[in-house]
Ligand binder design. Structure first.
Ligand SMILES: [Zn+2]
Ligand SMILES: [Zn+2]
Length: 389
């Protein structure tokens, strides 16, 4: 079957029952990062059933990653699925819909695989919620030779190119000297005081942060007994910024505050740093083409919306590796709920969530076909990517 936009839409509509059932099944069985064994099995089984051929499971050395390809040669476009959930609040990020949308787009394109001028792959990317699955897949070479990548994310409004912040974590451990808190407090050195002072010092520096910086922390060890001057204390901070350069500057400030607090309290301090995600570089050429597809499907997306805040995603890392988009589509009314809330988890299993998932599938399928059929479009996408490097 030759593919045109209407044929793609029709394929997605024919698959709608199956896609909704699959998405609701994943929603009803939330699995945490790198533990998405059921979800990746169900997604792989659905793809195999529809394609009549095998799906690569455990791709890139990650047990819950998978990949399937249709078409031949270049250009190569990847459509990404996420399917991990959050502790306690389940699919409150709506990754079940991301998975269903990706499968829908891919299978619609697969039905006309023989006439595709290039190839399309669906890549199942585990552990977006903290595990950085896409980073591991990049390092394993899974995205080598891919010309462009896309996914969609559920939200409370339609936005084509919203920023995502780069991020990192710093765990801070303080070592003091224990002493009887009543009989001999003068003999002790409090690790907890240094820990608490670090929070206060960081707050004092917020006035110097650039727009978009976020520093948020928790105390992970505040001591064991109230009648002992605390020997061991610990905290953990997440740092986020709009650029890697600003993140590095804020990192220095946080380390300085912890060292200053430790100096004042005469305790020792040590750090364990963990990289997070890179900032999202939305490919506007591709995002606008996706937007045109959305408009043709009756939606009215904005390019961006300064009124809503930004989080972080491992799609940011991929967006610096190859041209990528990460558009957001509404599964509820504006302001009704945002990702990581209980209400949003309900929306991710609702009729509206399912219908948005189908629109996303159609728009991704159309955009993929545009990229494969239109060398000028792909050239413009590449040129924008190279110019931003
Ligand atoms: Zn999330
Ligand atoms: Zn998410």
């Amino acid at each position: 079957m030759a593919l045109d936009r209407k044929a793609l839409d029709l394929c997605v509509d024919e698959l709608s029952q199956e896609l909704s059932a699959l998405s609701r099944q994943i929603h009803a069985h939330p699995e945490l990062c790198f533990e998405e064994h059921q979800a990746s099995t169900w997604l792989g089984d659905c793809l195999e059933r529809e394609l009549g051929g095998p799906v690569e499971r455990g791709v890139g050395g990650l047990a819950t990653a998978f990949r399937a390809r249709v078409g031949t040669g270049s250009p190569r476009v990847a459509i990404l699925a996420e399917y991990d959930a959050l502790p306690d609040i389940g699919h409150a990020c709506g990754h079940n819909l991301i998975a269903g949308g990706a499968v829908g787009a891919f299978l619609a394109l697969a039905r006309g695989a023989a006439s595709l001028p290039g190839s399309v792959e669906i890549i199942g990317t585990p552990a977006e919620e903290g595990g950085g699955g896409k980073i591991k897949l990049i390092e394993a070479g899974v995205f080598q030779g891919v010309d462009a990548a896309m996914m969609f994310h559920p939200f409370d409004r339609d936005i084509l190119a919203h920023p995502a912040l780069c991020s990192m974590r710093i765990a801070i451990a303080y070592e003091g000297v224990p002493a009887h808190a009543a009989a001999a407090p003068f003999a002790g050195k409090s690790a907890l005081t240094a820990c608490l002072e670090t929070f206060r010092l960081i707050d004092s520096q917020r006035v110097h942060f650039r727009d978009g910086v976020r520093v948020h922390g928790i105390v992970t060890n505040g001591g064991q007994a109230v009648n002992v001057i605390v020997e061991h204390a610990a905290s953990e901070f997440t740092l986020r910024a709009q650029t890697s350069a600003e993140l590095e500057r804020v990192r220095e400030i946080v380390l300085r505050c912890a060292r200053g607090a430790a100096l004042a309290c005469d305790v020792s301090v040590s750090f364990e740093e963990k990289r997070g995600y890179r900032e999202m570089r939305n490919n506007l050429t591709m995002a606008r083409r996706f937007g045109a597809a959305l408009e043709a499907l009756g939606r009215n997306p904005r390019e961006t919306d300064a009124r809503v805040g930004a989080g972080s995603t491992d799609m940011g890392d991929l967006s610096l590796y190859l041209p990528s988009i990460h558009p957001y589509l509404a599964i509820c009314d504006e302001g009704e709920s945002l990702c990581h809330e209980h209400r949003f988890a309900d929306c991710a299993a609702s009729e509206r969530g399912m219908s948005t998932m189908l629109v996303a599938a159609k728009a991704m399928a159309r955009t993929t076909l545009d990229l494969l059929e239109d060398p000028k479009l792909l050239g413009d996408v590449r040129r924008e990517f190279e110019a931003a490097r």
